[in-house]
Every structure is written in C-alpha cells, then in structure tokens.
Design a protein around this ligand. Structure first.
Ligand code: NAD
Length: 246
C-alpha cells in the first residue's frame, strides 16, 4: 500500500472524501493535502500545503516524502457561452504537466488523476459504453476538451521515469459536500426553469456517489504499487451502474 499520500485539490468536494477513504483503510498511510484554498475545518491528521499547481515549485515542495499522488483539482465545470478556456487549460493541462514532472523529479511513482465521464461523450445517447470508446472528434465543451488533453498527458506519462499513472472518469458526482450538482438543480428550480420540459422525460443519466468515486481513486493508487500493474496507463469509466431519469 502507498504509505504517504498527497491529495491535490484535497480541500474540495471529492478531495475531502478521498481523505476519508484513505483514513478508512486504517493501514497507517499519512495524508497530505495540496490546494489553493484553505480547509474550512482542518483535520488533525492532515498536513496542509497551500499553493497553486500552476506553480511548479509549489507542487515540487509539497511532494517531499510522498509515495502516491491523487490529483483531483480542477476549476468547476460551468455552463457558459463564454467558458474560461485559458483557466481550464492552464490548470487541467499545464498544471497537470507540472505535477507529472514534479513526481518524476521527486521519484514519486504513483499518480491517479480525476478525469470525467464526459471525455467520451458525443452529446448523443450513449448506452453500455466502455473504455474502448474513443474520444469524440469534437469535445462537448471547453471544460471537457481540457479534461481530454489532461487525460492524454497523464496516460502518455505512464512508464516514463518509473511513474505509473491512471485516470478515473466519474460522471456527475453526488453526496455530502456537493457544491455543483444539487446547488445547480436548486438554482434551476428557483429560476422556475423546471416548468419547461424538453423531450418526453425518458432521458437517463448516470450519477456517481462521491464515496464510491473516492474509493475508486484509493483502490487505483493501491493497484499502482505493483510495478507490473495492469491498471497502469489505463482510464477507468466510473458510474453507480444504474442510470436514473434526469
Ligand atoms: P471542487 O471544486 O469541489 O474541488 C476542486 C479543488 O481543487 C478545490 O478545493 C480547489 O481549490 C482546488 N483547485 C482548483 N484549482 C487549483 C489550483 N490551480 N491549484 C491548487 N488547487 C486547485 O471540485 P470537485 O467536484 O471535488 O471535483 C473534483 C474533480 O472531479 C475535478 O477534477 C472535476 O473535474 C472532477 N469531476 C467532478 C464531477 C462533479 O460532478 N463534481 C464530475 C466529473 C468529474
């Protein structure tokens, strides 16, 4: 098992659950968090580093003594006619390259990165798809375009300078601490937009419980301890398995 984790983006919704899943393993692994925001209520057993992953030195310094990195930092997905392209690419692509280089220079061999189920979305109905589904010729939006590039960079780094990588692709995440999904639905209701229906109400959507998403990240890191792990260099789709009307 990895004995010292750095969770990048660890003060966010998913990051806090990843901390909890590491704790629940009860295998003595230490937890460090790297995030640009400070924790609202710091945990006694966590070492906190405040920094921006776009700054190589910030990341490099936080990696001292670390054996596994779980990177779940990203700007939030916003629905906008003018999405912040530079922000998405500077953090999700250039920032992720910083993390890879810092891991390689520090000799950290294990890197698990949160991607998104949207990376294989074509915008058309997708039923029973698996990881053999290719990226679409055009991403559904700019956020997803940056997540595809991020994933390509992470998977291409697998095996370079002893680093083993994989990506986890959750679809919409729900659960305690959610700051996007439920607040977005409440906003729709508050604006009265729920009174309009597009389609016949038979659309299905896969949501994923945050505890399951966090657990998947920790399992992936544990699998990557083995230098010959078949998980290395792979992307994993992740859902709860039962689509619900949306
Ligand atoms: P979140 O906004 O709650 O957490 C992200 C954390 O990353 C925040 O604490 C933020 O401060 C940190 N961060 C952002 N930019 C940073 C930077 N430059 N340097 C350091 N820290 C930075 O988001 P979340 O919902 O927990 O999402 C976690 C991951 O899951 C992201 O990669 C996101 O793309 C992915 N994802 C989320 C969903 C969802 O429904 N929430 C669905 C699919 C994929």
């Amino acid at each position: 098992m990895p004995h010292s984790y750095l969770v990048i983006g660890g003060n966010g919704f998913l990051g806090r659950h990843i901390q909890e899943q590491i704790r629940l393993r009860k295998d003595g692994a230490t937890i460090s968090v790297f995030d640009m925001s400070k924790p609202a209520d710091p945990e006694a057993d966590v070492t906190y580093h405040t920094g921006d992953l776009r700054q190589f030195d910030d990341v490099y310094n936080a990696l001292e003594g670390i054996t596994a990195v779980i990177h779940c930092a990203s700007p939030p997905h916003v629905n906008s006619s003018n999405p912040p392209r530079d922000l998405y690419f500077s953090i999700n692509v250039d920032g992720t390259k910083n993390i890879i280089r810092a891991c390689q220079e520090r000799g950290v061999e294990i890197l698990v990165v949160t991607s998104s189920g949207s990376v294989i979305s074509t915008g058309e109905p997708m039923v029973n798809v698996d990881e053999s589904t290719p990226y679409p010729p055009e991403a559904i939006d700019v956020y997803t375009e940056s997540k595809i590039e991020c994933e390509k960079v992470v998977l291409a780094a697998n095996g370079e300078k002893n680093i083993r990588t994989c990506t986890i692709r959750p679809s919409a995440i729900f659960g305690p601490g959610d700051r996007q999904l439920l607040p977005g639905m409440i906003e729709v209701c508050e604006k009265g937009q729920h009174r309009f229906q597009i389609g016949d109400n038979s659309s299905l959507m896969d949501f994923t419980y945050v505890g399951n998403v966090a657990y998947a990240h920790v399992l992936a890191a544990e699998k990557l301890v083995d230098p010959a792990s078949p998980a290395a260099g792979q992307a994993f789709n992740l859902t709860n398995g039962t689509p619900v009307p949306f």
